[in-house]
Design a binder for this molecule. Structure first.
Ligand SMILES: Cc1cc2nc3c(=O)[nH]c(=O)nc-3n(C[C@H](O)[C@H](O)[C@H](O)COP(=O)(O)OP(=O)(O)OC[C@H]3O[C@@H](n4cnc5c(N)ncnc54)[C@H](O)[C@@H]3O)c2cc1C
Length: 394
């Protein structure tokens, strides 16, 4: 049975990740009273998602990654949270949505402003074999708890994907005592972010920890064998694993918006005011796309949250993205990258230092468009960031 909730003026936020909670924190600096309701499929406990790929080595379980419980968030931020609840449908024409609460009941809620902070799904590749449905992804606290439990005392892990998340897990899990093999179709690690020389250095440093690589090939099958799995590769090799982890990339969650008639491309399309194609419905975080940019990282979320908080509080504001370098949490070779915009013309200049590497990407007109810094060269981060063009300017 449907229960309908009416409230005169209510901001509803779907999601309880970094985007949702940062937005609320910023908004509360401007308005302490406005009623806010959060609906989330998660518990609503606040945790730092980037720690999911560094928590094994520090022996942290899922509970230890929670910095503030849902109850505390409700009290601190003066909000209501419907946890373990899934939004099923949005109707922009009468400003309502329906959601299923933890007890299975369906509810209808009226909103005056709605924010979609839905995040992104890990992409699953098509795999054959009777173990394909056992391939894991770690994208939230619950996934992490299940992964930790599954991997338990086991030792052998195959990671699909040598991108940022795959390499961070490879580093963390090998420090945590696991035997790690990584498979990627690209012929270098972190292909989208690093110039070749630095990718090779990272690969060598991770190899020194015991990581084995299968690059330029892809996983085709995952089959159950006893308690574990065999992973068949397109180059004919077969790997043994106790557990298979997939980390091949993220896909913004756009389905709910699409069904509501909201414009989507790669992500949910928003303007510089973070408003979607339907008035009064906004979006930010890993699910959103601003002028062609989908940036699933912490810094862009901070920028977007400040802008949207200001808009929701009734001020004029427009999103600006300065250059926002990303730290890659591979202690074997600490890295900071600010890649050039895709399709940029130019080339990398690589300078080897005693304990690091500096990679600078220059346009044909000698303008610095991006950088990748490793080891001691990461100290240059702040100086170089100031020289980079904005991603989204005034
Ligand atoms: C392992 C890992 C390491 C990372 N490391 C870094 C890093 O070092 N630096 C960096 O900058 N970034 C890093 N990132 C990226 C960063 O963590 C994300 O950009 C950020 O956490 C995304 O926050 P979000 O709020 O947009 O999405 P999420 O945290 O995914 O939140 C989405 C929320 O929406 C809810 N939801 C979705 N659909 C529905 C629905 N229909 N009904 C109700 N609720 C719904 C979900 O339950 C969830 O609460 C990392 C990501 C991962 C996975």
């Amino acid at each position: 049975m449907n229960t309908t909730h009416h409230q005169n003026k209510l901001i509803v936020i779907i999601g309880s990740g970094l985007a949702a909670y940062t937005l609320i924190r910023e908004y509360r600096k401007l308005n302490a009273e406005q009623a806010i309701t959060v609906i989330t499929q998660e518990s609503g406990d606040f945790y730092s998602k980037p720690m999911l790929s560094t928590a094994f080595a520090s022996k942290k379980d899922a509970q230890q990654l929670i910095s503030s419980s849902a109850a505390k968030m409700m009290e601190q931020l003066n909000i209501q949270i419907h946890s373990h609840s899934k939004v099923l449908k949005i109707d922009g024409s009468d400003q309502s949505l329906s959601f299923q609460s933890a007890d299975g009941k369906e509810h209808v809620l009226q909103y005056s402003k709605l924010v979609l902070a839905l995040g992104a799904d890990q992409i699953q590749i098509d795999l054959a074999g009777d173990g394909a449905d056992q391939v894991m992804t770690v994208n939230d606290l619950q996934d992490y708890a299940i992964f930790r439990e599954r991997i338990g005392q086991k030792k052998k892990l195959v990671i699909l994907g040598a991108g940022l998340i795959g390499c961070e897990f490879a580093n963390d899990l090998s420090l945590g005592g696991y035997h790690v093999e990584v498979v990627d179709l690209a012929d270098q690690v972190l292909g989208r972010l690093l110039p070749r020389a630095m990718a090779d250095e990272l690969q060598a440093k991770l190899s020194a920890l015991g990581v084995l690589w299968h690059l330029g090939t892809s996983a085709k099958t995952v089959s159950r064998v006893g308690d574990g799995f065999e992973v068949g590769l397109s180059n004919g090799n077969v790997l043994q694993a106790d557990c298979v982890l997939s980390a091949i990339g993220l896909r913004p969650r756009t389905e709910l918006a699409k069904r509501a008639g909201i414009k989507t491309e790669r992500g949910i399309v928003v303007n510089r005011q973070l408003e979607t194609s339907i008035q009064g419905i906004y979006s930010l975080g890993d699910c959103a796309e601003v002028e062609g940019h989908v940036l699933p990282y912490v810094m862009p979320i901070m920028q977007a949250a400040r802008t949207l908080a200001s808009i929701l509080a009734g001020h004029d504001s427009a999103l600006i993205y300065p250059a926002m370098p990303v730290m890659i949490k591979t202690p074997a070779l600490p890295l900071v990258v600010s890649p050039p915009a895709s399709g940029s013309e130019g080339s990398w200049t690589i300078k080897q230092e005693e304990n690091g590497i500096e990679g600078l990407f220059y346009s044909p007109q000698a303008q610095l468009l991006g950088f990748a810094l490793a080891g001691s060269a990461t100290a240059q981060r702040a100086t170089l960031t100031k020289l980079l063009p904005n991603i989204l300017g005034e």
